[in-house]
Design a protein around this ligand. Structure first.
Ligand code: ZN
Length: 299
């Protein structure tokens, strides 16, 4: 009798990464499909898992790390259902409907929680009990993992919509969030940066000033995460974080905001060990999805 396999899905806004993996995390087959509408993407996903299961053996569970907003409460009747997503056609679509034919447990979490779990297991968060992983990209979000489980309240966290202080003289841009204007996502996400300066952060003229401004907002979140969760480490990933000097500026400004208040050896002087880049790069999401599937398999 072979060990059941894990079906893993990293569902992103532009692509789905699909993988069939062994319990130890080794991927035996993987594929990428575009994120179109559920009527197109879900059947392609089903086809992949049917064929992969024929080739490699029965699937024992699914783990899904998905864009959202999506219901991630296992006790809710709508578990695994997209809620208010502006992505056309996806509101109301449900992973459990698409994968019901396999008749196995399905665990669903957000893409950022999945990436956090992946980094906790095999990336820059290895050895941490509590880890906060934040992505600064098209959107902004944070996953907090403690002892291998992502934390949530009645829904997943929405750190991107915290409102950092904005000095209108230094930054006259009023923000691009349709709900809040100058919340973190409205000020520091990739689209907000392009709207403010007409280009991405690594190409903006007078770059170091721009980098310090964006870093001031990200550092506000970093300090808030320390104060709220006391994580062993903070990871900052996502496309915006590739801008040269940004991570360094976030460390410096976060240390300034904390003002020496948190005295713990984890927060090294300069925060170079405390605030770090991801270790897994593009594989964090699918690694986390496999881990979710393993949790579903083990009940
Ligand atoms: Zn907002």
């Amino acid at each position: 009798m072979t060990d059941p396999l894990i079906g893993a899905v990293e569902a992103g806004g532009t692509k789905f990464v699909l993988a069939l993996a062994r319990r130890d995390g080794v991927i035996v087959e993987r594929e990428r499909i575009p994120t179109a509408t559920p009527a197109e993407t879900f059947p392609a996903m089903q086809d992949f898992f049917r064929a992969a299961s024929r080739n490699h053996g029965p699937i024992g569970s699914f783990g899904i790390a998905s864009f959202g907003p999506i219901d991630i409460d296992p006790a809710s009747p709508g578990y695994g259902t997209f809620t208010t997503t502006p992505k056309p056609g996806w509101s109301g679509a449900r992973f459990h409907d698409a994968l019901g034919e396999f008749d196995v447990p399905i665990a669903v979490d957000t893409d950022v929680n999945g990436a956090a779990l992946g980094e906790w297991l095999g990336g820059a968060g290895r050895g941490c009990r509590t880890l906060a992983y934040t992505t600064i990209g098209t959107g902004i979000g944070t996953g907090v993992v403690r002892d291998g489980r992502s934390l949530a309240g009645f829904s997943h966290y929405e750190s991107g919509h915290i409102r950092p202080p904005r000095d209108p003289v230094r930054d006259p841009f009023a923000g691009s969030c349709p709900f809040h204007g100058d919340c973190l996502e409205g000020l520091a996400s990739g689209p907000a940066i392009v709207r403010r300066w007409g280009d991405s952060l690594d190409r903006v003229a007078g770059q170091s000033e721009a980098v310090d401004l964006i870093a001031s907002y990200v550092a506000h979140l970093a300090a808030s995460l320390v104060l709220l969760h006391m994580p062993d480490r903070l990871i900052f990933g996502g496309g915006v974080m590739h801008a040269p000097g940004l991570l360094t500026s976030v460390r410096r400004q976060c240390e300034g905001l904390l003002g020496g208040y948190i005295a713990d050896s984890r927060l090294d002087p300069g925060l170079e060990r405390y605030i770090v880049a991801p270790g897994l790069g593009d594989d964090a999401g699918i690694t986390g999805a496999i881990a979710l599937g393993r949790q579903a398999l083990e009940g």
